[in-house]
Ligand binder design. Sequence first.
Ligand code: G3P
Length: 227
Amino acid sequence: MKFFIDTANLDQITEAQDLGILDGVTTNPSLMAKEGITGDDAVNVHYKTICGIVDNNVSAEVIGTSFNEIIREGELLAALNPKIVVKVPMIKDGIKAIKHFSSKGIKTNCTLIFSAGQALLAAKAGASYVSPFLGRLDDISTDGIALIKEIRLIFDNYNYPTEILAASIRGPLHIVACAMAGADAITAPLHAITALLKHPITESGLATFLADYEKAGTRRDIIAVTS
Ligand code: G3P
């Protein structure tokens, strides 16, 4: 499963990249605004900086909602760096734009997916990724993981190459549930990713190992001599 970090914060992106498990970054206008990045020039510079940190895909969202606006913006974003994936909202003109980008070899991420029908339409148009929003479905008492399973079944039925990028992840259990449901990728805040590291028995077990090492005393010297 691919791991993306859902932020525009450069320190957090760098920390996730340094972990060695990062497959890319997703952003949206809200995440950009949270970092105080405003105006097209500043946003474009920020995308270029992010592309310089990570190895793979960086989802950059268009603001336009008409076909012509989405195409114009998306082509400008895609020209910034080959790592850019144009993030397009799930609207009628968005679907038309995804079809256009697909024919031009420009990768797309269809965002704001809340139903299997929307995901099917985006896959049919040639989206590289669909982004179902789990947390926001949970917020309205709807089962987001059930949606991932439905999309998985549909995409497998027709061998659609579109990848399921589960978004709006709120914690580590969402990530594990997505992996069990067959999501191709998740995008999550750093705290949800690093929470996967933690287990109280790991921590107490390591504390015991280190205490026993201190009691034994000389093991590090033995390693130094034999290595
Ligand atoms: O980037 C899209 C999605 O991950 C947003 O998540 O937490 O704002 O619902 P959230």
